[in-house]
Design a protein around this ligand. Structure first.
Ligand code: ATP
Ligand code: MN
Length: 477
């Protein structure tokens, strides 16, 4: 029989059968009990070794971190803590690990320390759980859209459109930085570069996604996006993954309905398919909360919070209504907000978003109809002439998790807006073409995948929900 995954053994499939398992030793006690983990699930498999049958050398090499193969019969365990175990006299050491030097000791390590050894942290319970939950969510995203008849579209990662306007961009260049070609007026001459023009890493697949929606009706992208913003927060990465559905014949309200249904589906999918890992993460968070002073603790545990979001309607509120609430809010009157709200038109900071979600409504909130002046050029101008059909979904602990809008489908209005912000029409000729040939009302949004994973795993820092985080000053690994 071939190699069997520990998950399947613990599900009881192989009782009384002889199996081979391969994995990494978490602990080895009393020269007799190995806790083996192969990453297929959170729980270790107990392997009971007949140490008299093993040679001294093999016994010595069964150390934390080593990889081994074990062959034996699956039996019901008499010991506490596990239902099944393997009894064996056959152990093969595959890769030794010096227990003195192995950075992961069988004890609790801080998340900060684990970030420094991101190549090994996946071998801990916490990161194993996060990787598995993350995988399940990726699968759920595709399942959800596929079953609804949306098509997945790959949009370019290297983009030649300078006009996405969603943040600072990374230049992509093959020029020799020590000998840059210059134009007559001293600028870098990108016409001599690989693509014959200045190119960037994409900040969003939306504009290209729109072209596909205006033919396939309902599409989504799920790809890496890059922002060179120097915001060292627990919610921002320089490289992150974004899911961007784009739908023809959807207005703003259809868009909000889809966003709400989609995130609830993802939360429910995790609850149905990742319960072992989520139960572990729930406990991890509860332990972490206990370290905090009483008044800073979250009211709800992780699992309770996830169920709450899956089962309750989100609040929908216009920007104008939100400003009224914030203007009269205690932290505004007592000048506790870092940015005080006094006028309509003010951009909302994450402190305001979190106040609405965590203090005022105690529910996820969808804010919509924002002032045109604080939103992107492609959002549809409302009848009032001063707001646009934008919507942001705000989550507890996270703030903005989704940003979206109904897109401006009217050629003339779009051209006016492009001019007003100083983009040359010729830079967006292909985007404008979609409004010249069979334009249609359409909408879409972007869900930041890591913010979703943060919410579902209860991790406070976005650096801990992506295998190798990219942040200012950090591109190790
Ligand atoms: P924020 O105000 O939080 O910076 P944004 O307004 O720049 O967000 P959008 O441009 O609307 O965000 O992007 C859509 C979604 O992508 C956001 O709702 C968020 O979930 C996610 N997102 C945006 N920037 C980042 C980032 N730097 N790291 C991780 N996720 C991000
Ligand atoms: Mn941003």
């Amino acid at each position: 029989m071939g190699k069997i995954k520990i998950k399947d053994i613990l599900n009881g499939k192989y009782l009384q059968q002889e199996v081979t398992v391969k994995g990494w030793v978490r602990t080895f006690r009393s020269n007799r009990f190995i806790a083996l983990n192969d990453g297929s699930c959170l729980t270790n498999l107990q392997i009971v070794v007949d140490f008299e049958a093993l040679d001294e050398q093999t016994l010595k090499q069964i150390t934390t971190g080593a990889s081994i193969a074990a062959r034996g019969v699956v039996v019901e365990s008499l010991g506490k803590g596990q239902a099944y175990e393997i009894q064996t006299s056959e152990i093969e050491i595959i890769g030794v690990s010096d227990p003195e030097k192995y950075p992961l000791q069988p004890k609790k390590h801080s998340l900060e320390f684990l970030r420094e050894i991101a190549h090994l942290r996946v071998r801990t319970n916490t990161f194993g759980a996060i990787y598995r939950v993350r995988h399940n969510l990726i699968y759920a995203v595709h399942k959800y859209f596929h079953e609804k008849g949306f098509f997945n579209v790959h949009t370019p990662i290297i983009t030649g459109s300078d006009a996405e306007g969603a943040g600072e961009m990374f230049t992509v260049s093959a020029l020799d930085l020590d000998h840059l070609p210059r134009t007559d007026d001293g600028q870098v001459d990108f016409s001599a570069d690989f693509f014959g023009k200045h190119t960037n890493l994409t900040v969003s697949g939306q504009l290209e996604g729109e072209t596909a929606a205006l033919a396939l009706t309902e599409i989504y992208t799920f790809g890496p996006t890059f922002r060179a913003e120097n915001s060292n927060t627990s919610r921002h990465l320089a490289e992150f993954w974004m899911i961007e559905p784009e739908m023809a014949f959807y207005d703003l309200h259809d868009n909000m309905d889809l966003a709400e249904e989609f995130v609830k589906y993802l939360v429910s999918f995790a609850l149905e398919n990742c319960m072992d890992d989520l139960t572990f993460l729930n406990q991890r968070l509860a332990d972490e909360e206990k370290q905090k002073p009483q008044h800073q603790r979250q009211e709800m545990g992780l699992l309770a919070q996830l169920r709450f979001v899956a089962d309750n309607e989100f609040v929908r509120l216009t920007y104008t209504e939100a400003i009224d609430i914030l203007r009269n809010a205690k932290p505004n009157k007592k000048k506790k907000f870092a940015y005080l709200i006094d006028e309509w038109g003010a951009d909302l900071q994450s402190e305001h978003e979190r106040y609405l979600v965590e203090k005022h409504f105690k529910k996820p909130v969808i804010l919509y109809n924002y002032p045109a002046s604080i939103k992107a050029f492609y959002m549809r101008l409302n009848q009032d002439g001063k707001t646009v059909a934008a919507m942001d979904v705000l989550f507890p602990g996270i703030g903005e998790i989704i940003g979206g809008s109904q897109r401006e489908e009217r050629y003339d209005v779009l051209v006016e807006k492009i001019k007003a912000i100083g983009i040359a029409e010729k830079d967006l000729w292909w985007y404008l073409d979609t409004r010249r040939f069979g334009t249609a009302p359409h909408s879409g949004f972007g869900l930041g995948f890591e913010r979703l994973v943060q919410f579902i795993t209860g991790m406070g820092n976005i650096r801990d929900v992506i295998p190798f985080p990219r942040t200012p000053g950090n591109a190790e690994f």
